[in-house]
Design a protein around this ligand. Structure first.
Ligand code: PDD
Length: 279
């Protein structure tokens, strides 16, 4: 079966989807993206993802005149029922006749969407290893920009050291992962850094906070010092494609008991039940 993708109003096989080498996404990384999970063919928290998309678009001064229903209609033909998948949506400032940093006079955004399977993260039940690294990214991390060079170099440094994620540190405080948000259980309380221009406002993060509050788990948005993370009872990272992963080893030292903790187990159970209730 040929995989269908969406490009600028058409559905076509992946191998036939082409954009110009003068596209500003290719030349400058001038664009934004979204990763939207779909369970059993149903898009998860689509409205929230579109709010974040619109914030990202506004952040780079790009307009795409689509509402939630338009996006839903665009994505639906890419999804198949009965599978856990995600939509990758990328919007760039499009083709410009010459390479010039300033915006072109006429902007026709390039809109591309494809669908991939969400595979269960290998070794999820055992937890993952992570390293801490200096946050070398720019100052607008709330924009989901396709320009991800810092993130990929950071993630690769983690992979090179047999770790699944890099946890980023700025001025002695932990911020988020290279492609995930961060949670810690400290003195029995679930804590995650507050939304700001330093982190991507993760949709999974919001869901976790909602589920935890509804379940009576004490939780709070607050800054976390690196030393606080090192001595936390539990540390997790969260994202749409990896869901919630317990970090059991940080910089070669165990977190808590060195095994995924009970609060992580509870939240993962709640998340799985919540997903099933929607699909
Ligand atoms: N990334 N922080 C960063 C830097 C991220 O790249 C991501 C997700 C998150 C979590 O956001 P959400 O819960 O909405 O997925 C936080 C996606 C999965 C990616 O780049 O592929």
């Amino acid at each position: 079966m040929t995989e269908l993708v969406y490009l600028n109003g058409d559905y076509l096989p992946l191998t036939e989807a082409k954009v110009s080498v003068l596209d500003r996404g290719f030349l400058f990384g001038d664009g934004v993206y979204e990763v939207i999970p779909a369970y059993g063919g149903k898009l998860f928290r689509l409205e929230d993802h579109i709010v974040r998309l619109n914030n990202s678009l506004a952040g780079i001064r790009l307009t795409v005149p689509h509402g939630v229903a338009d996006w839903q209609a665009i994505f639906q033909p890419l999804l198949s029922a009965g599978k856990d998948q995600y939509i990758y949506l990328q919007i760039t400032r499009g083709y410009a006749p010459t390479r010039d940093h300033g915006f072109p006079e006429t902007v026709v955004p390039t809109v591309f969407a494809m669908c991939s399977e969400i595979k269960p993260f290998p070794g999820k039940s055992a937890g993952i290893k992570a390293i801490t690294l200096d946050d070398t990214r720019w100052q607008l991390c709330n924009i989901k920009a396709i320009t991800l060079l810092a993130n990929i170099l950071l993630r690769q440094q983690a992979l090179d050291r047999d770790c699944a994620e890099a946890i980023l540190v700025k001025n002695g405080y932990v911020i988020e992962g290279a492609a995930s948000n961060l949670f810690a259980v400290i003195d029995g309380e679930l804590i995650t850094p507050p939304k700001s221009n330093e982190i991507l406002p993760g949709i999974t993060r919001d869901v976790i906070l909602e589920l935890a509050s509804a379940d009576g788990i004490p939780c709070r948005e607050d800054i976390i010092a690196l030393e606080g993370l090192q001595t936390a009872e539990e540390v997790w990272v969260a994202s749409s494609t990896r869901e919630i992963l317990a970090v059991v080893e940080l910089d070669g030292k165990p977190i808590g008991t060195g095994k995924p903790g009970p609060v992580w187990q509870r939240l993962d159970d709640l998340l799985q039940t919540y997903k099933k209730s929607l699909s």
